[in-house]
Design a protein around this ligand. Structure first.
Ligand code: DQA
Length: 146
């Protein structure tokens, strides 16, 4: 069964209480159980990692090569700053779907740039927690197509 690693970056551990007017009231644990349910239905294995540290996120991306078939990545604010994350994704050559709960293009201009987008197969932004499910759906189609 294809395996997808779902990586969440800085401050996403606070989901549910962090700026609920922007990010909603769903917690990261809720997102995880929604993803597990969807993955089971889609025929995917899923694993989760969250870190507030750039280097730990890079290590998780490196470790995914060989143990997972694809990545769903919400890199939080590192999306807009991290050439190192971009290079890590390019190095492992795994399909990555970039996810954001909020619509980064409708917010401050510094959020419009993504270092992840050029190395991702696609970006889902603005659909709240559903974005993670949309990403899994897209990956299932890609990984399970015969
Ligand atoms: C975010 C958007 C980023 O700009 C922000 O720094 C986050 C969350 C989102 O999911 O909407 O931490 O990635």
């Amino acid at each position: 069964m294809p395996s997808v690693l779902i990586i969440n970056g800085p401050n996403l551990n606070l989901l549910g209480t962090r700026q609920p007017e922007v990010y909603g009231s769903t917690t990261l644990a809720d997102v995880e159980s929604m993803c597990r349910e969807a993955a089971e239905r889609l025929g995917l294995d899923v694993a989760f990692v969250q870190s507030n540290h750039e280097g730990a996120l890079i290590d998780a991306i490196h470790a995914a090569k060989g143990s997972h078939d694809a990545i769903v990545l919400n890199a939080g604010a590192y999306t807009h700053t991290s050439v190192a994350l971009m290079d890590a994704i390019a190095s492992v050559e795994l399909p990555v779907v970039e996810v954001h709960l909020s619509n980064i293009h409708a917010r401050e201009s510094f959020r419009h740039q993504s270092y992840i987008a050029p190395v991702a197969i696609g970006q889902i932004s603005g659909f709240g927690p559903k974005g993670y499910l949309m990403a899994l759906d897209a990956l299932a189609e890609r990984l399970l197509k015969t």
